[in-house]
Ligand binder design. Structure first.
Ligand SMILES: [Zn+2]
Length: 298
């Protein structure tokens, strides 16, 4: 009997020791693997509100500016496939359109400071091979925005659009090795400028692009830098604050287009600081990203 008691006490002491050791091991070793921000699947539904909701004027002007287009809203119905460890939500896709430009390196340096990855929707700039390469080298997403960005040219017909889109796809592939089918329509999918050149074209392009395996992304937060030359940096930030309200997943429209968008570079740290303070995490767009999309406007 004594022996039995002795063994019992030994086992009991070992158990206590094990429990004590486990208690001191950092919790992370017991967390379920995976479940980083990249594993979250967000789904946006009803992602449309008319332009008047954000005070953006009607846009039948022929200016080649994305800000002439409406900002759509998202109701942010959010789904997570891994509810255990997925962050409770706030996700920001920073997007830079119309580059590369003489601002590309400055933008990349700021993103590096914060260790943030963004998405560059690029156009055809034959002499900026270095910039295309650097975007990819530093871990950002490179995506397509047509080669010419000329509304007159690209929105003439479906064939004209794809010819131009394929041209930038080929250039990006040549310069970076990345063959992407992610793109953004110049002016957004809700643009009404295209109807000047071909009525009903956007509807056709939306359908045919999906058939061809292309994925388009619009935006739901507009810095406003597309509509004006060097908008004050305070204004860029306040536009972003306005559009972020109530949204967990944001796709922020900014421009990488040289001297006329210099204030975008100047405002970028403030923009990132603000979004961080609001709890957003930053990701580049990839093929698994749920696209923010506008409502088609006739
Ligand atoms: Zn653009």
């Amino acid at each position: 009997m004594r022996k039995k008691h002795f063994y019992f006490i030994v086992v009991f002491l070992i158990l206590i020791a094990v429990i004590a050791i486990l208690g001191t091991v950092p919790n992370k070793y017991f967390e379920i693997a995976g479940g980083g921000a990249g594993d979250v699947n967000y789904s946006l539904s009803g992602s449309d509100v008319s332009a008047s909701d954000v005070g953006i004027p009607p846009n039948d002007s022929s200016t080649e500016s994305e800000s002439a287009e409406p900002t759509s809203s998202a109701n942010d119905t959010k789904k997570t496939t891994k509810p255990t460890k997925a962050p409770k939500g706030k996700l920001a896709y920073l997007t830079f359109d119309d580059g590369p430009s003489e601002n590309t390196f400055a933008i990349l340096d700021i993103l590096d400071e914060y260790n943030i990855k963004a998405t560059f929707f690029v156009i055809g700039k034959e002499k900026m091979g270095k910039q295309y390469k650097e975007i990819v080298k530093r871990g950002h997403a490179i995506a397509l925005h047509t080669y010419s960005h000329s509304y007159k040219k690209i929105y003439k017909s479906e064939a004209a659009f794809y010819k131009d889109l394929e041209k930038i796809r080929t250039l990006v592939k040549k310069e970076t090795g990345v063959d992407t089918k992610i793109f953004r329509f110049p002016g957004g999918s809700s643009n009404t400028i295209s109807k000047k050149y071909s009525k009903g074209l956007m509807k056709k392009l939306i359908a045919s692009s999906a058939k061809k395996g292309y994925i388009y992304h619009d935006w739901n937060v507009d810095s406003g830098d597309g509509g004006a030359t060097n908008l004050k940096k305070e204004k860029l930030l306040s536009n972003i604050k306005r559009d972020c309200k109530g949204r967990d997943v944001i796709d922020v429209l900014m421009h990488d287009s040289g001297k006329t968008k210099q204030t975008t570079v100047e405002a970028l740290r403030d923009i990132i600081d603000y979004l961080k303070s609001e709890g957003y995490k930053f990701l580049p767009i990839d093929e698994g990203s749920e696209p923010v999309r506008h409502k088609l406007r006739k």
